[in-house]
Design a protein around this ligand. Sequence first.
Ligand code: ADP
Ligand code: ASP
Ligand code: MG
Length: 418
Amino acid sequence: MGRIVMKFGGTSMAGTERIRRVAGIVKRQQEAGHEVAVVVSAMAGETDRLVTFCREANALYDPAEYDVVVAAGEQITSGLLALTLQAMGCKARSWLGWQLPVRTDDAYAKARIEDIDSGALLASMAAGEIAVIPGFQGLSPDGRVTTLGRGGSDTSAVAVAAAIGADRCDIYTDVDGVYTTDPRIVAKARKLKNVTYEEMLELASVGSKVLQTRSVSLAMKEKVRVQVLSSFIDETAPAADTIPGTMIVSDEELEGLDMERQVITGIAADKNEAKVTLTRVADRPGAVATIFGPLAEANINVDMIIQNIAKDKGETDVTFTVPAADLLRTQALLEERKEAIGYYRLISDDKVAKISVVGVGMRSHAGVAATMFKALAERGINIQAISTSEIKVSVLIDADEVELAVRVLHTAYGLDAE
Ligand code: ADP
Ligand code: ASP
Ligand code: MG
């Protein structure tokens, strides 16, 4: 039979009763004849709580010590799930990040997995033991605890699946699949049977938090088969092997599966961006480089950029977006360099949101952006910036208009469920 990795998120692990339900789902999967490894998140809210403690202890916290603190949430749930499985008569044990180990680089608080030793894990699974692995945590080259960035347990699960050559990586969460947009915002969102790796990657990177972006790029690279499905089920629910959730598939697989696809697959919103405008920047070669060079050196990720055409004075306004968490640093860096850059005013606004529409169908259909602009205009929603890729169009709008914009676009692209 197969080898399956099952990942359970924070809401699924929040408390004894929910952990018992998770243990039941895991036990059934093993009884279906599979070798099973389980990756768990901390209980919902726990990582936030631990982050707050770090901030209170030291506002400019050392990321290596932050990792020692925040990795603790997953240690607790992995032990509790192993105990619960044992109470149900299963053989189970926990494997902490340093015990496997899950080797990462030394970028504390946002580490990347480099390698997972799977020998001991495979031997234990072959002997019928359920392996329970805390997500989110790893071991640095210096032998210290690392964490993978928020939402990182998804990436842990995909990495374990790749390391042990799993037949499938099932990501159990609090919704029963990937929807056309966040089903908690749009009641008419539709569940997708399939979504391609590329689409999921774009959706995750523009704000659909259902999967961490890095987990999707890793799955794409390592060809891991990923299903997103619900953990809020009982014994009568269809088995995971019948694929009740959303499967992430390659472009080729999709062609054979879904002939009736809409041009747009999904819509995502991201409120974590901030807009910065520098007015009256000199319109000369090198001016833009003096703005963005220092931001790149400070590891600040600039997303959308617009530069107006210079009018008669040889000056132009430059507008761009950065993650809201980096806004203060961005302002400080640019103010320090006001002379060198030569701008007049710095104006920032963190009450903005980015709405993105994503779909591989855009490659072969014209007019996707025009539909978006028209639908937003009809509701009086002003567009402040635009960016595009081969399968995505994003616009920046006022943060107060996000939910309305997502609903309007969902209807405009014909995505509403009947
Ligand atoms: P977990 O704790 O299991 O990792 P997350 O909260 O990280 O769960 O991700 C699940 C949430 O993602 C859902 O509750 C839903 O609100 C949100 N979400 C955003 N966009 C989508 C989408 N397109 N499809 C499904 N869920 C989405
Ligand atoms: N517990 C971590 C977080 O809240 C990792 C995860 O749940 O994926 O970000
Ligand atoms: Mg998550």
